[in-house]
Design a protein. Sequence first.
Length: 80
Amino acid sequence: QGNGELLWTTNAGISGLITVFVTPLITFPMMYWKKKISYEVRKGLHYFFFFFAVAMCFHVPVTAIPNGGFIAPILGTCIV
């Protein structure tokens, strides 16, 4: 369809790529290696939530309420 360039040319595409990259870094170690990883490393991996939240704030325009426009104010309060 020729829509592949939207991944790096639009806000939704770039923020989506960041989210797709960061989410496994947060979740997979907790799901599969929780007992093998020290507490400090697990806590450190949770700091990736900051990048996830910032990316999601830019993923949907605020004017898109109720279809996701609420995500920026909600996750914005989580960042602060």
